[in-house]
Design a binder for this molecule. Structure first.
Ligand code: NA7
Length: 535
């Protein structure tokens, strides 16, 4: 079926079969466009396929972190827990692929290696490790966090034990019983892995460069009464969430004042209430926690006090307390993270103070000390946003190479399109709210906008649409300016590219909230695709 499809002229080629790519395939195909989707993985699910480490779980509630485009899907699907674990998210992706008959137009196990815009034909010629494709439009739904960061530790290749990466976990179960395990990293992935490994392994040593802020998820079985209430008006719930800054959390409002203006007792009660509710809700307790450093410090101090209450060893507790603003790095949502450090075999090593010198055959050396272990888990994150795109040999008009264009950081318009790369669209890429938004809200919005844009172009007989250089420059200036008024520039994070040596320090996602962004995208379309050039 697919082999035959290759010869036919495609209207749209979608790269990626995660939640963005699956919806793009469904939507564009339903509109009558000859559409195919490719993915390098052997399964659908994108990031939820790759990140199958023990404890992997979504950090936004599943009644919110799910598709809204089909009323019957959202009514029929039942999440078992408040925050779905990775296997359940994968079952959901599989269900969607089957339910909407997507597999007949999906080719898995196929990595896109290059794509070149053929100006004469006005088509994208796409190279993969399993043959070539041609399509009028190229939709990249390759995910902002799909290029794992494997730090170049000296001696890593000589380590005698097993090396695992959180974002490339083996398919076969890994039995850690009786093992001496090390985890490098303390971001969201590590925070989820560590309590599970602590319960299984003989010993666990955590190597921390920068401490994370983690708040309890308060996960548990999904409350049937809440589910019934949401499903009684799911469309209304989704619409209210789309009006929220981050596309979720519409059932909770912040106190209507700065954290600085609240009486100390009320402020503490507000933080305590959110700590009890769990998840990101803590950062929504007051409206200025992410824009005012002094307000932020009050919330940060609240969490540091919680860490000291939970972790019994004061030296370990002190090492776990971050000194930068809370929320500056993505907040971690945990189940038993801090408590894991109370277990007898669990140790925390501060490699911020004493950096790793080398991995040795039997462990690693840091700060002049040898640490021994037989299993090394790298929970070292991703080359976010630009990494996934830059590993494709992408060439636009006049042979313009994306790696040249993006040498000093990503340049695009609306976080969706790139000047010099006609008929190419990027789902949830840099310069869009993406990581600051419920991902389902972000990808549904992008795919709907792309579908409208393609239809509009076709209806007026246009062959190609492309962002203008000036619109792109103005957009990039806005993306760079927006975080200056927030706490996000006050630490080293993957939002800033600061986790990858040599990567340009440029703020990657768009700050400013989903509603304002969606309004802007709608206004551009209403004004006849303002900022675009049509040929
Ligand atoms: P993150 O959040 O980027 O965390 C990676 C962790 O690995 C973090 O603690 C890093 O320390 C650490 N790291 C990275 N490189 C090194 C080196 N070279 N040496 C020591 N430590 C290192 O990735 P995650 O996978 O946990 O989460 C990514 C997102 O996925 C998350 O935000 C959610 O949105 C889901 P650092 O803080 O850079 O000092």
């Amino acid at each position: 079926m697919i082999a035959a499809a290759r010869a036919e002229a495609l209207d749209v080629l979608v790269v990626g079969a995660g939640f963005g790519g699956l919806y793009a395939l469904h939507k564009l195909r339903a509109m009558g466009w000859r559409t195919r989707a490719l993915d390098a993985a052997p399964s659908v699910g994108g990031t939820w396929w790759a990140n199958r480490y023990p404890g992997a779980r979504v950090d936004i509630q599943s009644l919110e972190y799910s598709y809204s485009f089909s009323e019957s899907l959202q009514q029929d699907w039942h999440w078992t827990e408040r925050y779905a674990a990775q296997p359940e998210l994968l079952r959901y992706a599989d269900h969607v692929a089957d339910r909407f008959d997507l597999r007949r137009d999906l080719q898995l196990d196929t990595r896109v290696t290059g794509a070149r815009f053929d100006e004469a034909a006005c088509r994208w010629q796409v190279e993969t490790d399993r043959g070539a494709w041609s399509a009028r439009f190229l939709v990249l739904a390759i995910g902002p966090l799909s290029s794992p960061n494997l730090p170049a530790f000296d001696g890593l290749d000589r380590f005698a034990g097993q090396v695992l990466h959180s974002a490339a976990w083996p398919l076969a179960p890994v039995d850690l019983a009786g093992r001496h395990v090390a985890v490098i990293g303390t971001g969201s992935s590590a925070v989820q892995i560590i309590p599970i490994v602590a319960a299984q392994a003989e010993t666990l040593t955590v190597f921390q460069r920068t401490p994370a802020y983690a708040v309890p998820a308060r996960n548990g079985p999904l409350d049937p009464a809440w589910e019934a209430r949401i499903k009684a008006d799911y469309a209304g719930f989704r619409a209210r969430n789309r009006r929220m800054y981050s596309g979720f959390g519409c059932e909770l409002s912040p106190r209507p004042m700065s954290a600085l203006d609240a009486a100390a007792g009320d402020r503490e009660a507000a933080f305590e209430e959110r700590w009890g509710i769990g998840g990101f809700s803590l950062l929504g307790a007051f409206p200025d926690l992410l824009t005012n450093l002094r307000s932020n410090e009050l919330a940060a101090d609240f969490v540091r006090r919680k860490i000291r209450e939970i972790v019994r060893d004061p030296v370990t507790a002190s090492r776990l307390c971050p000194g930068y603003p809370i929320g500056c790095k993505r907040l971690c949502v945990d189940t038993g993270y801090y408590d894991a450090y109370n277990q007898p075999g669990v140790r925390l090593v501060d490699i911020g103070a004493d950096p790793i010198e080398a991995i040795t055959p039997g462990g690693l050396r840091a700060g002049g000390r040898d640490h021994r272990f037989d299993t090394l888990i790298l929970a070292t994150g991703f080359d976010a946003y630009t990494g996934p795109l830059l590993r494709i040999d992408l060439r636009g008009r006049d042979g313009l190479r994306i790696e040249d264009k993006w040498r000093a950081g990503p340049l695009n318009y609306l976080g969706l399109t790139i000047a010099g790369f006609p008929n190419l669209f990027y789902v949830a890429g840099p310069g869009s709210p993406s990581a600051f938004t419920n991902f389902f809200v972000a990808v549904e919005h992008h795919v709907d906008w792309i579908a409208d844009c393609i239809s509009w172009l076709d209806a007026r007989g246009g062959r190609a649409i492309e962002a203008s250089e000036s619109a792109e420059a103005a957009w990039v200036a806005q993306v760079n300016l927006a975080p200056q008024r927030t706490v996000f520039t006050h630490c080293n994070s993957w939002y800033l590219g600061a986790n990858i040596p040599g990567k340009p320090r440029v703020f990657l996602p768009l700050v400013g909230g989903f509603p304002a962004y969606a309004e802007r995208c709608a206004a551009v379309a209403e004004r006849g695709y303002d900022g675009f050039v049509v040929r």
